[in-house]
Write a protein that binds this ligand. Structure first.
Ligand code: ADP
Length: 477
């Protein structure tokens, strides 16, 4: 028997979106220039217009952050900084629904995810780092480790507020001040966060937010007043940033792309693995750098796994992200949809077999049905390149060592999943995989205490946990 779901839309009335925004500099919203639209990718309706920051705006934001650093923030005790972070965390919890609705409108991801994953994790990051602020002597860098000064932070559009939290919470706990640039398609929750900074009475200039696109980000990277860059985004831009700072004293953490292998051994609990495969690739429309986008399944169970996966995919509900029953929302932008379509076409052209369940995609907005490709080989583009969309490439293997070889055969090294009922096999495989984050019999689990980051072209450094915090500090005595 199949149940029909009635519509269960979340109300938009809790959010108030201004027609136009400027930047947030020195504790105030200031006027910007050259505004551009940010749209709801599920409807293509314009939500607001945000300013395109130029070098002058970056100069002002960095100057405010420098003064806030030298006159206020670096003089406060860790315990005092911690109080501000706790205050921010509590306000984020109080305003959680507002943030969840705004994030879903601006990003296109389902309200169920913003409400249950993104925003709770955002608050958790601030709580976690609030606890560290007065304990930096125990971070592993000797007594009294030192902050860097002004940190430039550039974030992507896939988890807009969560990436902001991953960047701002540790930076502030460590005693730095920040200038942050949100992604051009998802700036609204960062601007609402600026209001939270005001509400928390965070000293002016400790957090500055300048909106804009790539050129604004490049101006921040190249600004001489920046001591450290923290970037999450594509490997291509990560490399450009590494080149830009190569002959400066700036340091960087880079969290870049991935092509995570999700390995299902013959002794796995298959129904559980199927849930993990679905979560690994269809969570957040596959706009996840650590997505399990390559399924490696042992050959003798491959048919069964694919059949069960197809059955499960028939039940994925694609559509209005504001509906509380939606599983898969809108693709974040037309540009991203075009990239996904291009790679899907390459998958078919190169010999992969494409399959998607029937779904009625809305007329307006940017949509892509959940999709799998079978018959994929390691040479195919869809097995090598990051798609950043709801497409799973399925490859098979015969022996455990072949699985490891295929899993590691990638320029990336961010995440991997292992599905097996044998603990010894899980531990063996985890030891062989060149990936920064490895999940066993689960996928996409995040916690502020757990460091996240990659090997090879997936980036430099870690974010989260004690390891992430060390990226914002210089060794003490
Ligand atoms: P994606 O492919 O996920 O959109 P990008 O790497 O293009 O990732 O974007 C991630 C962030 O980096 C965005 O905030 C974007 O505006 C910014 N960005 C893009 N190009 C540059 C650049 N040359 N220098 C600094 N930041 C950039």
């Amino acid at each position: 028997m199949t149940f029909e779901y009635s519509p269960a839309p979340e109300s938009k009335s809790i959010v108030k979106i201004d027609k136009e925004y400027g930047h947030f500099i020195n504790g105030k919203f200031v006027k910007g220039k050259n505004h551009f639209a940010t749209i709801n990718p599920a409807t293509e309706e314009i939500l607001s217009r945000v300013a395109n920051g130029d070098r002058g705006d970056i100069d002002k934001a960095v100057a405010a952050a420098q003064i806030a650093y030298s006159k206020v923030w670096s003089k406060l005790s860790g315990a005092e900084r911690g109080k501000y972070l706790y205050r921010i965390a509590r306000i984020l919890q109080e305003r959680a629904r507002e943030f969840a609705v705004l994030e879903t409108l601006d990003n296109g991801k389902p309200i169920r995810e913003t409400r249950d994953t993104d925003i709770p994790l955002v608050a958790a990051h601030f709580f976690y780092h609030a606890g560290w602020a007065d304990k930096l002597d125990y971070v592993g860098l000797g007594k009294s480790p030192k902050s860097y000064g002004v940190v430039g932070q550039i974030i992507p559009w896939n988890f807009p507020l969560l990436m902001l939290a991953w960047k701002i919470a540790p930076a502030l706990a460590a005693g730095n001040t920040v200038v942050l640039k949100p992604a051009e398609t998802t700036p609204l929750t960062a601007l609402l966060f600026a209001e939270v900074c005001q509400q928390a009475e965070l000293p002016a200039g400790v957090v500055n937010i300048v909106t804009g696109a790539g050129e604004t980000g490049a101006a921040l990277v190249n600004h001489p007043g920046i001591a450290k860059i923290a970037f999450t985004g594509s490997t291509e831009v990560g490399k450009a940033i590494a080149r830009a700072i190569a002959d400066s004293k700036k340091v960087a953490t880079l969290e870049l792309g991935g092509k995570g292998a999700n390995i299902v051994f013959e002794d796995a609990a298959i129904d559980q693995a199927v849930e993990g495969i679905v979560n690994g690739i269809f969570f957040n429309q596959g706009h996840v750098c650590c997505a399990g986008s390559r399924l490696l399944v042992q050959e003798n169970i491959a048919d069964e796994v694919v059949k069960k996966l197809q059955n499960r995919m028939e039940k994925i509900r694609v559509g209005d992200p504001m509906d509380k029953n939606t599983d898969l929302g809108a693709i974040n932008s037309k540009a991203q949809l075009d990239k996904i379509k291009d790679l899907a076409a390459a998958g078919s052209k190169e010999g992969g077999e494409i399959w998607s369940p029937k779904c009625n995609l809305p007329q307006n907005g940017f949509w892509f049905a959940p999709t799998i490709f079978t018959g994929v080989t390691q040479a195919h583009r869809i097995a090598r390149e990051e798609i950043f969309g709801p497409i799973l490439s399925i490859l098979t293997f015969r022996t455990p060592s072949e699985a490891i070889e295929k899993a590691n055969n990638t320029p990336f090294g961010l995440s991997a999943g292992i599905w097996s009922e044998k603990g010894s096999k899980v531990l063996w495989a985890a030891g062989q995989l060149r990936a920064g984050v490895i999940w066993a019999n689960t996928f996409n689990k995040f916690d502020p205490a757990s460091p996240f980051g990659g090997y090879k072209e997936s980036g430099w450094g870690r974010e989260g946990g004690r390891h992430g915090l060390t990226g914002y500090l210089k060794a003490g005595k």
